[in-house]
Design a protein around this ligand. Sequence first.
Ligand code: GLY
Length: 280
Amino acid sequence: MKLIIHGGFFSESRTNQEVKHAKQEALNEIVQLGHKYLQSHNAIETVVYTACLLEDCDLFNAGTGSQIQSDGKIRMSASLMDGKTMQFSGVINIENVKNPIRIAEKLLPMEDKVLSGKGASEFALHNGYGYYNPETPQRRHEYEKRLSDSIRLGTIGCVALDFYGNLAAATSTGGKGFEMPGRVSDSATAAGNYVNEFAGVSCTGVGEDIVSGAVAPKIVTRVTDGMSLQLATVKTLNELKPFNGFAGVIGISVNGDIYHADTHPYMVWASHDGQVEVFN
Ligand code: GLY
């Protein structure tokens, strides 16, 4: 049983040791809670549970503490994929919910599996997910000061391999910060979150680059065709170089390989395969 999580890029400030330690501690605690949960739950249940913990931690740009868009509003995106059933579900630009990944979970067995904007927000409300304002004073301060450089690259993600050998992935984001209303993140597309029976991948970084590079499905397809997870990840991220694509990836393959990589310094992550490892 294996679990890997990410909390986006460490872009607040490379010299801000306090923020770095806070993120290390948070990821350490969450990966341990997620791995404990995985002992008695399947992969899909575990990635939802773990993504909720990450969404609830205001250090990361997803759920509580999401970035604010150019018009002053928060719109969040999240998706979920089950490698066993090959079902994908998600919400795009949903507003005023606590855990966007829970709405994606609700949509997984439904006929219409990806909802956007007003439709997604109304679906959440009608299904008992009460009104919640995910804004924090820190994000409002950053927005008002236009601290755009410091905040543009956050997402959270999680990939799990359960006792039965099934894989699942979840990814959630508040977007880039300052984006135009209506802009669509990679996090609620297959490009940013993709799994099958051979491998699962969650991405972070610049959504436009991740979509252009079709990052997650390329890695998963390469592993399916026999490449190792590590080679598949390195090859796929190298293909972003011609346009200086900005992406980070976490993944697990069905044979138990865990791997993470990024194109720029640096993604924050933690993994648990019996032993805990946290980014440094
Ligand atoms: N990867 C998050 C975003 O670009 O919205």
